[in-house]
Design a protein around this ligand. Structure first.
Ligand code: NDP
Length: 239
């Protein structure tokens, strides 16, 4: 049986990814950092293991992966999905908001991937799928920290793709546009309407739109695809 870890697996997109991988027959563990209520909801609804693990902390990532390796078997699939935003125009962006966003959205990838990489090399098989963002590709007003982290995700993943290729490990990126989750909760209704107007398909994305792409890239069938960015944005990048 395949064994997957989904960081941020208790959030909007993460839970849809967990659900999808579960349906594909994976053993899935969801990581979260704070929200015990959401973790309980995830456990109750999907019947999967959840582990508290702040991905910005290397020691917590090591402990979480060790626990999954011993309870579910060696991890062959890692979905680096945990992410936060702390938006502010650059002249007001605090050091703390820079560090928190880079710590979760970029350092988190190092901290988690480093824990599973040797095991994937030994197995001669692995799938690493990293969630970036349309704003990592094009930048966004008020998101210098978030866009920097999400752009970094792309360079990181392409390098892993080269290093993993001869070992049966693929590394790919899924870059969502605006997806209807609590991450958009801070946006005003008028901003939401403006955003939706900019999306050629005329709607926000749903978590399942992203989850379907992730599960395809995680499948054995996707073994000839590596270092790619799959954009899931309803055509927004075109407009
Ligand atoms: P949510 O806010 O719904 O979920 C975020 C998840 O990440 C939660 O499970 C949260 O758990 C977890 N998390 C946050 N910080 C940490 C941390 N330090 N360590 C471990 N887990 C953490 O967001 P989405 O589902 O919308 O976002 C998922 C990913 O998709 C993110 O990487 C985001 O940047 C990306 N994305 C989202 C878009 C959107 O429009 N929604 C657009 C483009 C990209 P807890 O609350 O317990 O910390």
């Amino acid at each position: 049986m395949r064994t997957a870890i989904v960081t941020g697996g208790t959030g909007g997109i993460g839970m849809a990814i967990c659900r999808r991988l579960l349906a594909e027959g994976f053993q899935v563990t969801a990581l979260f950092s704070r929200d015990e209520e959401a973790a309980k909801h995830c456990r109750d609804e999907l019947g999967i293991m959840t582990l508290k693990c702040d991905v910005s902390r290397l020691d917590e990532c090591a402990a979480a992966v060790q626990e999954v390796n011993s309870s579910s078997g060696p991890v062959d699939t890692l979905i680096n999905n945990a992410g936060i935003c702390r938006d502010a125009p650059f002249h007001k962006l605090s050091e703390n908001d820079w560090e928190r966003v880079i710590g979760t959205n970029l350092d988190g990838l190092f901290n988690m991937t480093r824990q599973v990489w040797d095991g994937m090399r030994e197995q001669g098989f692995g799938r690493v799928i990293n969630i970036s963002s349309i704003n990592g590709l094009k930048g966004q007003f008020g998101q210098a920290n978030y866009a920097a982290a999400k752009a970094g995700v792309i360079g990181f993943t392409k390098s892993l793709a080269l290093e993993g290729a001869r070992k049966g490990i693929t590394a790919n990126i899924v870059a969502p546009g605006y997806i209807d989750t609590s991450m958009l909760g801070a946006l005003k209704p008028e901003t939401m309407m403006m955003i939706t107007d900019q999306i050629p398909v005329g709607r926000l994305g749903q978590p399942e739109d992203v989850a379907r792409c992730v599960s395809f890239l995680a499948s054995r069938d996707a073994g000839f695809i590596t270092g790619e960015t799959l954009n899931v944005n309803g055509g927004q990048y075109l407009s």
